[in-house]
Ligand binder design. Structure first.
Ligand code: NAD
Length: 501
């Protein structure tokens, strides 16, 4: 790890950090009703970089009321073509403030600068433009009715697609700005209004984004941002009886709580939850591409990534070559502060998360897996941990079953099992989010992809994420899909109208 943690930030980022961070409700920046604050820590230095408001149920009430009023106000009269222009303006604002947003994302979350810039450019900007282009294309259908049925005679039935209403969006810390935009862009394209609750660990880019929302001409109350703890602000939002839909990204454990909190008014719920995704490497895989692909699949964002490929199943004939190659890559990462451009491996988000990951590593060792590399904290400031690889992992081991959400790769071998037998092993998990197959045989690739029980499978790459590609989980990895047309659909409801004439 680089001993030097010296880096510089732009004047504008410094000014923003030093400013007072408030809640954004009904177009105004206000203090929380409790007056309590939450410190925001740079995970690479462990130093406090800001304080944000700890919003509670009163603040959520005000934000939901503002969103409800805005739903039937000026916003509802803005034609869909103009909603599209608003989303494009917001995207322009992101481009104009690219450096500040990237620096804040690194300081807040710990990710390397290159990754922050890549994700803001290729997901933040693109998602807004992608959903902007959907806004004017939202329309219903005309539907022929059955002859001789109750509507026999002259009738016309048509459907309209309407905004689902007031949306509560609860976002995790691992890619904070992108997840906020992933919820906001389709919601606004559909004509909804929303209350956004960022993760308490990473609220800064979303708050800065709030200032861009103000500039982009979105009417007041359409977007509200309430920072706060999950058990207070998040819970109040998911229980609120005047919220029509919750869109949640986070852990499966909290996802289950959200489901029970939503029963009061039977609000609609979409969930993007945890994962434990398989990576299957056949003996005919092109290892030159597979080795970096497997390393990135797990160690991207220090493994704090829902679609991380954390369970590798590799054919015994290429096992050692793959393990040695991935180990060499893991050991080549430059660990350190993300604002130092040469660093490509950041810290975990918090001390709590680091302790959790270390506990899993100890369990891996005690349950009999072979530690190939890593396993240690990096003893400098910041919540760093080495990229870690285990071989000889078996399905019963805790590290093979539970989502670690850290840089821990578990490798298992297979021999001459059938594709179905390999798939059975890969599918032996309560999750079903992502997965990948690495082979030179196109037929093996497609057959294996069909057998993996996940919302997304990639062949010769891992986690192909794009604005247009639906993404979401099977089993306990979630409900519904985000991205693409399906991601828009979940912010719309259908009204059927029949006229007899
Ligand atoms: P988390 O579930 O702890 O928190 C997510 C959000 O929920 C935060 O904003 C938090 O404040 C809020 N929250 C916490 N308790 C709540 C409650 N009782 N009621 C309402 N809201 C509450 O998750 P995290 O630690 O921020 O993120 C890591 C998890 O997210 C991992 O499991 C990861 O796999 C998952 N994740 C999934 C996806 C996906 O697309 N499937 C993407 C990113 C992260």
């Amino acid at each position: 790890m680089s001993n030097k943690q010296e880096f510089t930030i732009s004047e504008e980022t410094r000014r923003f950090l030093d400013s007072e961070h408030l809640l954004f409700i009904n177009g105004d920046w206000v203090k929380s009703s409790s007056g309590e604050l939450i410190p925001v820590i740079d995970p690479a230095t462990e130093k406090k970089i800001a304080d944000v408001q700890s919003g509670g149920s009163d603040d959520i009430d005000s934000a939901v009321k503002a969103a409800r009023d805005a739903l039937s106000g000026e916003w509802s009269k803005i034609p869909s073509h103009d909603r599209a222009q608003i989303l494009h303006r917001l995207s322009d604002e992101i481009e104009a403030n690219f450096l500040v947003l990237s620096e804040l994302e690194v300081l807040d979350n710990g990710m390397p600068m290159e990754l922050a810039q890549y994700s803001i450019a290729s997901h933040g900007v693109t998602l807004l433009r992608y959903y902007a282009s959907w806004a004017p294309k939202i329309h219903g259908k005309t539907i022929p009715v059955s002859p001789g049925g109750a509507m026999n005679g002259d009738s016309l039935t048509y459907t309209k697609r309407e905004p689902i209403g007031v949306v509560g969006a609860i976002v995790p810390w691992n890619s904070p700005l992108i997840f906020a935009i992933l919820k906001l862009a389709p919601a606004l394209a559909a004509g909804c209004t929303l209350v956004l609750k960022p993760a308490e660990l990473t609220p800064l880019t979303t708050l800065f984004f709030g200032h861009l929302i103000e500039k982009s001409g979105i009417p007041k109350g359409v977007v509200n941002i309430v920072t706060g703890l999950g058990e207070s602000a998040g819970d109040a939002l998911s229980k609120h009886n005047d919220v029509d839909k919750i869109t949640f990204t986070g852990s499966t454990e909290v996802g289950k709580k959200i489901v029970s909190s939503s029963v009061g008014n039977l609000k609609k719920v979409t969930l993007e939850l945890g994962g434990k995704s398989p990576v299957i490497v056949f003996d005919d895989a092109d290892l030159e591409k597979t080795i970096p692909g497997v390393a990135r699949a797990c160690f991207f964002l220090q493994g704090q990534n829902c679609m991380a490929g954390t369970r590798v199943f590799v054919h015994e004939d290429v096992h050692d070559e793959l393990v040695n190659g991935v180990k060499a890559m893991a050991e080549s990462f430059q660990i350190g502060h993300g604002l130092i451009q040469t660093n490509d491996f950041g810290p975990l988000i918090s001390e709590e998360q680091r302790k959790r990951v270390i506990k899993y590593i100890k369990q891996g060792i005690s349950e009999g897996a072979t530690l190939i590399c890593g396993g240690n904290e990096v003893n400098e400031e910041g919540f760093f941990i080495e990229p870690t690889i285990f071989t000889d992992v078996t399905a019963e081991m805790t590290i093979a079953r539970e989502e670690i959400f850290g840089p821990v790769l578990c490798i298992e071998k297979f021999g001459n099992e059938s594709l179905e037998e390999i798939a059975n092993r890969a599918n032996q998990t309560t999750y079903g989010l992502s997965g990948s197959v690495w082979t030179s045989d196109i037929s093996t690739g497609h057959k294996m992809a069909a057998l993996i029980d996940s919302g997304q499978v990639s062949i010769n790459c891992h986690a192909a994420v794009d604005s247009a590609i639906p993404f979401g989980g099977n089993k306990q990895s979630g409900w519904g899909r985000e991205f693409g047309e399906e991601g828009l659909d979940s912010y719309l409801k259908t009204k059927a109208t029949t006229v007899m004439y």
